[in-house]
Ligand binder design. Sequence first.
Ligand SMILES: Nc1nc2c(ncn2[C@@H]2O[C@H](COP(=O)(O)OP(=O)(O)O)[C@@H](O)[C@H]2O)c(=O)[nH]1
Ligand SMILES: [Mg+2]
Length: 258
Amino acid sequence: MPDASDERLSLLTEPVSILMPVYNEADIIQTVVEEWCQEVINFLPPGSELLFDDASDDQTTQILQSLKERYPYIQIHHTERDGFGNAAKRLYMAAKNPLIFFTDSDGQHLPDDFWRVAKAMRTSDIDGYDMLHGYKVNRKHPYYQILGSALFNIFSRLLFSSKGRDINSSFKLIKRSLVQDQVPKLAYVPTFINSELYIRAEKAGYRIHNIPVGHRARYIGESKVSTSISYFRHGLQSIHGLLALKKSISKNSWDVSP
Ligand SMILES: Nc1nc2c(ncn2[C@@H]2O[C@H](COP(=O)(O)OP(=O)(O)O)[C@@H](O)[C@H]2O)c(=O)[nH]1
Ligand SMILES: [Mg+2]
């Protein structure tokens, strides 16, 4: 049980849906879940939930099932592996709570950073932010991913005048109203789907705040999204997607669906 004087207990007044896509993370998923349950969900308002989109065909599914017995707020949606973007979109649409937090399930993000982001969210304050966006500093990805991401971000800035940093980052705390408004429209940038969400939210006038967050190397295993060849392919697809997004939306109407 958390200490009643812990300031984290009173930071957020509304329940949070924490979303994690997972594909074959059997080596680390138990550590990741325990870390997030003990350091984050323990301190969140009742009704908070931890949702997985699980496309695994290793032991991950069994490990998650047994964790669910200890942490009943875990929900597992079993899916076919159809890519990070589809998994993320399903998770965003399944989230029920007024606050939605998205992150990866591979342990590269730090649970403690959740609280740095949460501090900036004032749910009862009408002047608060709609999206707190964590951008990675000292990123621990392979060099080709760091370089590709830098180029992608420069390109997004040129194309959309985006003020965001690391706009595809998988570390966001978002109000559900924004998610419900924007996520159904996401259709152009399949793997880097979080970048399309950022761009659309920014253009639609939502209040976004960028916050630096840490990044750890994977404890074990390798990227599920991006080996060097596939990262290059996803990068080209995403740039093509950004161009199509730009073209599809008329100058003044960012709410037009594809
Ligand atoms: N459900 C689902 N999860 C996926 C899929 N591909 C990747 N993931 C998960 O998405 C997260 C991000 O993937 P990762 O390989 O770490 O991407 P990277 O950090 O950008 O290299 C990880 O937690 C993966 O387990 C997929 O096709 N389906
Ligand atoms: Mg990762």
